[in-house]
Design a protein around this ligand. Structure first.
Ligand code: ADP
Ligand code: MG
Length: 603
């Protein structure tokens, strides 16, 4: 009897499978383990992670690592993925014509229209006109309330705009309640004497009148031409809790297209596509180009710097330079990124159009032999670099109950989506596509404007719920779940992630529906597009219909919604597609490690 270990070193995870071979060459699987990969895949820094995973697996058997006869490590495909973001529009306000933001504590609700009057000039107000009062932070909330109350007897004050974060304090002291917008940083730029409309939304709602061009037209009495001009203003006020629109003759909100870089695809001839043409155009050009030798970006542009940065990073890992390191694939996705509006009065941000890019770099070879030697030296066990990753993954995937050949696997990892088809004769076709779980995390982070990458990763992994009372929560599906005991009051009213064994409270106040929509959309953008293009490349005659079944493996196949999305996509091709269950027990994990054990035939 011999104990053999298969070790799969991935960009994110190092997985181990232990099998025992009897004298007839029959294998029994005994244990598995998985650890986060230490260091960059393919470097000596991986060794501690490998040893930890081996110790964990052998620990389960209560045997020392030294009782292994052989360790087989994957011949890692020398590809790494990286992601970047390029914004392609910017919004500029000319002549301070609007304010729209989500102050933490607005006060009063409703709309008001009036001429803008500074608090210092209240005595010049005329009785017949409605006014909106503005006060900078040199006026205390007591003073603002006192003056407003005093002058309300003579003037028609309809709303207040404050620089300080004191709306509630002022509102509480008002004798006649009117809507107040606060936290307007650049209040000095608000033009006096102009007509303005103010709106503060009802609690839990967003503005209705000022995010609608006809609502603005109604309040400010605009004609059809003027209404057309304020449409971008209405658009940028969607989703805000409070807003001000000022009627200025030349005021406008403009959307500019930023100069973005070009991408050059080398495939016999050079194909050129500009980033600002959008993701669909970039992907179309890539498909048209066919087999790509290398991808470059225009010098001194974001995309150019990003692509050369990835190549440099890969050079350090592989010890190669120059022409040996090539970018062979990219995945572009359209996205929206919250960016501060140029010329804004209250730190407003606008969702600008952006393109997210994942790129994949290929070099001649990763120095896996060096890892094998080092492991051998440290453990004093035979170590062999054996088997191409995707072939091993296919071998592992076949152990999923209910599969048959020809079989396609989709390895949904962190940096890349890999596909392989293995036919009845054991022939394997393989492809690696840029873009997978990490790009999804990046899209979630940018679109929701999160500061923490970890939080984006958690949003990707766990379903959402809203804690509506101390005794119940509403799940994403709309179903209500009751708690047996009251939950900690800190959760009350907040959106949480249902992680195994704990509820994670989100740091920002974003509606559950919005988070769910951004999350699912990000997964679709990355995995649907990549699954289809990867499978087309490896399918016999490039036709998806020639694939009878697809087994999903890798970390992102553990996702709670991605396998269902792919299943729905492929149902129209009459393909059986689902999350793998390696050896009937491992779920979508451990395919490569299992394949490495299975492919051992003595020696
Ligand atoms: P690699 O083979 O490159 O090491 P993995 O197969 O371990 O990669 O996949 C890593 C990816 O899987 C990461 O992007 C991670 O976010 C994702 N992932 C891991 N667990 C889950 C989960 N439960 N739901 C969704 N994604 C997951
Ligand atoms: Mg992997």
């Amino acid at each position: 009897m011999k104990l053999i270990a298969g070790v799969d070193i991935g960009n994110s995870t190092t997985e181990v499978c232990i099998g025992s071979f009897d004298d007839d060459g029959k294998v029994t699987f005994l244990a598995s383990a998985s650890k986060l990969t230490t260091g960059t895949k393919g470097t000596l820094a991986n060794v501690p992670g490998i040893k930890a995973a081996l110790e964990e697996a052998m620990g389960r058997l209560q045997k020392p690592v030294s009782s292994l006869s052989l360790i087989r490590i994957n011949e890692a495909t020398p590809v790494i993925g990286d992601t970047a973001m390029e914004t392609i529009t910017e919004t500029i306000i000319t002549e301070s014509s609007m304010i729209g933001h989500n102050p933490s504590t607005p006060a009063g609700t409703g709309q008001a229209v009036g001429t803008i009057l500074h608090i210092a000039r209240l005595d010049q107000g005329r009785e017949e006109l409605p006014y909106i009062l503005i006060a900078d932070s040199s006026y205390s909330y007591e003073k603002v309330a006192e003056l407003a109350n005093q002058y309300s007897k003579r003037l028609n004050l309809t709303g207040i705009i404050l620089q300080a974060d004191e709306a509630v304090l002022v509102w509480n002291r008002l004798e006649r309640k009117i809507p107040i917008v606060d936290e307007v940083k650049n209040i000095s730029q608000i033009p006096e004497g102009k007509l303005a409309a103010v709106e503060v939304a009802l609690p839990g709602q967003t503005v209705r009148m000022l995010s609608n061009p006809y609502g603005i037209a109604t309040l400010l009495k605009l004609n059809a031409d003027e209404t057309k001009q304020v449409t971008p203003i209405a658009k940028s006020l969607i989703g805000k809790r409070s807003a001000v629109v000022i009627k200025t003759p030349h005021g406008n909100v403009k959307e500019n297209i930023l100069p973005a870089g070009e991408i050059y695809l080398e495939a016999g001839k050079t194909y050129v596509v500009n980033i600002d043409a959008g993701a669909d155009k970039i992907m179309e050009t890539l498909e048209e180009a066919g087999e790509v030798e290398d991808i470059r970006g225009q010098d001194n542009t974001n995309i150019g710097n990003m692509l050369s940065g990835i190549k440099a990073g890969m050079g350090e890992v592989s010890g190669e330079t120059g022409g040996n390191i090539r970018i062979t694939d990219i995945l572009a996705v359209d996205t929206l990124a919250p960016v501060p509006i140029a010329g804004s009065l209250a730190g407003e941000a606008c969702l600008e159009k952006a393109v997210g890019i994942a790129a994949m770099v290929k070099t001649q070879q990763l120095p896996m032999e060096k890892i094998a030697l080092e492991l051998k030296r440290q453990l004093n066990i035979n170590v062999k670099v054996a088997g191409v990753e995707a072939v091993m993954a296919s071998l592992g995937a076949i152990t999923t109950p209910g599969t048959r050949l020809p079989l396609a696997i989709l390895d949904l990892g962190g940096g890349s989506t890999d596909a392989a088809v293995i036919d009845e004769d054991g022939r394997v076709a393989v492809t690696h596509q840029a873009g997978a779980g990490e790009l999804v995390t990046m899209l979630i982070q940018t679109e929701l404007g999160l500061t923490s990458r970890l939080e984006a990763e958690q949003i990707k992994k766990y379903p959402l719920a809203k804690i509506e009372s101390l005794y119940h929560m509403r799940l994403e599906s709309g179903a209500i779940h009751f708690f047996e005991e009251a939950v900690d009051p800190k959760y009350f009213g907040s959106v949480v992630l249902l992680a195994p064994g704990e509820m994670i409270k989100l740091t920002q106040d974003i509606p559950l529906e919005k988070i769910a929509a951004v999350r699912s959309e990000a997964k679709k953008k990355v995995f649907l597009r990549n699954a289809v293009r990867a499978l087309k490349k490896v399918a016999p005659e490039n036709n998806l219909r020639n694939i009878p079944n697809i087994v999903l493996v890798g970390g992102s196949a553990e996702d709670f919604e991605v396998p269902e999305m792919l299943m729905e996509e492929f149902i129209s091709f009459k393909i059986v597609c689902g999350r793998g269950n390696i050896r009937g027990t491992q779920g979508p994990r451990n395919a490569v490690a299992t394949g490495l054990v299975l492919s051992y035939i003595g020696g």
